[in-house]
Design a protein around this ligand. Structure first.
Ligand code: HEM
Length: 405
């Protein structure tokens, strides 16, 4: 015991472990009224770690050669001991990552967590989301099933419609005129090294920014404004043990759901692993409908809803960039949806538009789906255009001084 103590003292004199744990856990005060929506930050962290570790095991057996990539993945599924489990963890993990992130982002919309003083935290989060989309795209191409191939073709072809430099850029991205071994090798470099490194760095900075400004909460009130005699927030509780226990509970529930999906419904009716990806890449055989994974489908619907390719890409780019400006678009004195009935209605419209776009993006292209896609796109963009105006004049219910327990 005393040996342990002296080692603790010795190491702390050389590395500020105990100071770090104090500042970020036992003496870091978080609002006492966190609810369901506050599970998803720690879960996002968990899935990031799961993806990195399952990815390392997959990499030990994957070949990025055009003629071997598909077979190496089948080898992982059938020949490598527990390979099927590792692959399903990674494939299901990708979908769960987006599910968790979408819930995490929804919380920010609900409680105005993007507002002052959390603008940088929000911008970093949105960059993470964009980087994550790139990560998922590159990963999707690697197994080189037929859907990987055609998904890769379609998206890289979009780059080709950029004026002047388009063709040159496509050949750089593909590593040749078409998708092949060179494409797989560079996509692997992005998927395995560049983007995970970027993600880790930005997530760490995201957490540093969070600890600088402290968490928001379901009431959207700053707890740092009401302090006790010791300078601690009256409505705050130490992160450890209160929220470490809460997060461990969330992790338990999450892992149970995760395991049930992996063990009983790993393809999830084509939502997690598409049926066309059980066929090797074939440049001569286009799948029935080339549609992206569910988590990117709203963007695909936006792209398809505009006949001019150039305008489509511009609109898609604008749709992805608009949320960056949210902290300055929302001007209501209250932050949380709890005190803003009109904002609540706007969020419902926004969520519905994204669900409609997401559904349309997964359907085969059809002229009948153009009008609903355009209406949904109008609602989505309309949310950001109207927010600065409506948020100035919307009715606000009385916001309490202290958080509601
Ligand atoms: C790998 C991805 C991410 C990880 C690991 C992560 C992690 C976290 C953690 C641990 C928290 C504190 C706990 C919580 O509030 O739930 C947090 C808060 C926050 N995150 Fe993320 N995050 C990620 C992505 C994002 C994205 C994509 C966005 C937005 C676009 C975002 C926006 C925020 C905001 C605004 C907060 C503060 C929320 C509040 O205080 O109410 N994060 N994040």
């Amino acid at each position: 015991m005393s040996n342990n103590r002296s080692f603790w003292v010795w190491i702390n004199e050389r590395l500020p472990i105990s100071g770090f744990l104090k500042a970020s856990m036992t003496e870091y005060y978080a609002p006492k009224n966190f609810n369901f929506w506050y599970f998803f930050g720690s879960l996002a962290l968990l899935v990031l770690v799961l993806q990195i570790f399952s990815g390392i095991f997959l990499l030990a057996h994957y070949y990025s050669h055009a003629n071997q990539a598909f077979d190496s993945v089948q080898g992982i599924m059938f020949d490598v001991k527990w390979g099927w489990l590792v692959r399903y963890i990674h494939a299901t993990g990708a979908s769960m990552f987006f599910l968790v992130i979408y819930l995490h982002i929804s919380r920010a919309y609900l409680y105005g967590s993007f507002r002052k003083p959390r603008e940088v935290l929000w911008i970093l989060g949105w960059i993470i989301y964009i980087v994550l989309m790139a990560e998922a795209y590159f990963g999707y191409v690697l197994p080189f099933g037929n859907m990987s191939y055609w998904g890769g073709e379609v998206i890289t072809a979009i780059i080709g419609s950029i004026p002047v430099v388009g063709d040159w850029l496509v050949s750089i991205v593909r590593g040749g005129p078409g998708l092949g071994g060179a494409t797989l090798t560079r996509f692997m470099a992005f998927h395995v090294v560049l983007i995970p490194l970027l993600l880790i760095v930005i997530v760490v900075v995201h957490l540093v920014a969070l600890h600088q400004v402290g968490s928001n909460n379901p009431d959207g009130i700053e707890i740092s404004k009401k302090l006790d005699a010791h300078g601690r927030p009256l409505d705050g509780i130490p992160f450890h043990p209160y929220y470490t226990v809460k997060d461990i509970y969330g992790i338990g529930v999450f892992l149970t759901i995760f395991a049930i999906i992996i063990l009983f419904a790993p393809t999830f009716h084509g939502l997690i692993l598409e049926y066309d990806n059980y066929i090797p890449a074939n440049p001569l055989q286009t799948p029935h409908d080339v549609t992206p994974a569910w988590y990117l489908s709203p963007y695909y619907a936006i792209l398809r809803s505009i006949p001019s390719k150039g305008l489509g890409i511009l609109t898609l780019g604008a749709s992805i960039m608009l949320p960056f400006f949210l902290p300055w678009l929302d001007r209501c004195p209250a932050k949380s949806v709890r005190y803003r009935p009109v904002y609540f209605a706007m969020l419902l419209a926004l969520a519905t538009s994204l669900l409609v776009l997401g559904w349309i993006g997964m359907q085969p292209a059809s002229p009948a789906l153009l009008p609903p896609a355009r209406i949904a796109l109008g609602v989505y963009i309309g949310f950001f255009i109207l927010l600065p105006i409506i948020s100035r004049f919307e009715p606000v219910r009385p916001v309490p001084d202290r958080v509601r327990s």
